[in-house]
Design a protein around this ligand. Structure first.
Ligand SMILES: [Zn+2]
Length: 379
């Protein structure tokens, strides 16, 4: 099972050149489907497009096993952030980057390229391997939408790997829960100079609520942020509306519940203690779960599998907790146990994004080795 480096480079460049912003992943998805179909693998789209609003559903590829073993899945997302228009890919000194006008899109096409190369190698060399499933998700960058709408009935595997992190020597086995919240405050407008006593200043009330809330790092596993505040139209009018948005993250769900309670209590006490005019002021908070925390302990067989594969390759893999979300949060919540692997992509979501060829090769090797160790375990 040997990587054809020239082929890998060429295919990676092809993938990078196909624009695939969120919701417009169609071209890339059909290109990938044509590759896998040409290799003789079954490909299909799920029905997630109806909900995500993308051109296509999540692309699922089934690679039949050559030995009886538990199936395993690998996932990478199809979409990229911007700026993405007319990318000019530069491959120099074994590093991929752009001319600086656009992102590179190694997030997450490095993961896709590794999986494509692996599929080609399996076809060529037909080594013993378990059944594999590839899940290429849409709309990851705009709230993990593709993963959230994935119909898990279509997936046979119950565990796998998401290729969507930076450092190839790090394996992400824990990520936090995240909630966003929106506080809407209703006051009463009045002329600020002529009759301010007839008004209720919604911005002032917002400030009282905010000042009663924590901000920044709460403890080693919890953060809290007020991100935006909007209200008021003219300087000479008492503003009747104000909207405050924020987010909070924690590896401990209970702490988020406490913070939610705190926000509600704070709003209630500020509103209660404010003099009323016709039942105003009023305020409401709305919470939206963005993703749920996951944790796969290091002694779990899935961690042991990747650890063994890394050792075989002479890699020093570290298990790591991150503070962001990925498709892995959604999959773990849906009962598809998974870890996140780094691919070597760097400075993602910037126009300075780059990746070293050696890391792309390492990622491909690690996927191949995981497959090999998995089949040895089955045998
Ligand atoms: Zn990504």
């Amino acid at each position: 099972m040997k990587i054809d480096v020239e082929r890998l480079v060429l295919e990676f460049k092809n993938l990078l050149e196909i624009e695939s912003p969120s919701k417009k992943e169609g071209k890339l998805a059909y290109y990938l489907a044509s590759i896998f179909e040409a290799l003789g693998y079954k490909c299909f789209f799920d029905k997630s497009a109806e909900t995500t609003g993308s051109e296509v559903g999540n692309l699922i590829v089934k690679i039949p096993g050559s030995i009886p073993a538990e199936p395993i899945f690998f996932c990478a997302h199809l979409d990229t952030v911007g700026p993405y228009k007319n990318p000019k890919i530069i491959f120099e000194n074994n590093v991929f980057r752009t001319d600086g006008r656009t992102i590179l899109g190694a997030d997450d096409k490095s993961g896709i390229a590794a999986l494509v190369e692996v599929a080609k190698i399996l076809k060529e060399t037909s080594p013993p391997h378990p059944p594999l499933e590839y899940i290429f998700t849409t709309c990851e960058e705009i709230g993990l939408l593709g993963a959230k709408c994935l119909d898990t009935e279509l997936i046979d595997a119950r565990e796998g790997f998401v290729l969507d992190s930076e450092d190839p020597e790090e394996v992400i086995n824990a990520a936090p829960s995240s909630y966003q919240f929106e506080i809407r405050i209703l006051g009463k407008s009045a002329h600020a100079g002529i009759e301010p006593e007839k008004g209720i200043n919604a911005i002032k009330i917002a400030s009282e609520i905010i000042s009663g809330l924590p901000c920044g790092r709460i403890d080693e596993e919890t953060t809290f942020n007020i991100g935006t505040i909007r209200g008021g139209e003219y300087v000479n009018i008492v503003p009747d509306k104000c909207e405050v948005k924020g987010e909070m993250r924690s590896h401990n769900e209970n702490k988020l519940q406490e913070l939610k309670n705190l926000i509600e209590e704070k709003i209630e006490s500020v509103i209660e203690n404010h003099p009323k005019i016709e039942n105003l002021p009023a305020a409401k908070v709305h919470f939206n779960k963005v993703f749920k925390a996951f944790f796969v302990p290091e002694d779990d067989p899935l961690c042991q599998l990747v650890k063994k594969a890394g050792e075989n390759l002479g890699m020093r893999l570290n298990f790591k907790r991150i503070e962001g979300g990925s498709d892995a949060n959604v999959f773990n919540e849906k009962g598809l146990k998974c870890l996140v692997l780094g691919t070597g992509m760097r400075k993602v979501h910037t126009t300075e994004e780059y990746i070293h060829l050696k890391d792309l090769i390492l990622t491909t090797d690690l996927v191949l080795e995981i497959i090999k160790v998995k089949s040895e375990m089955a045998g």
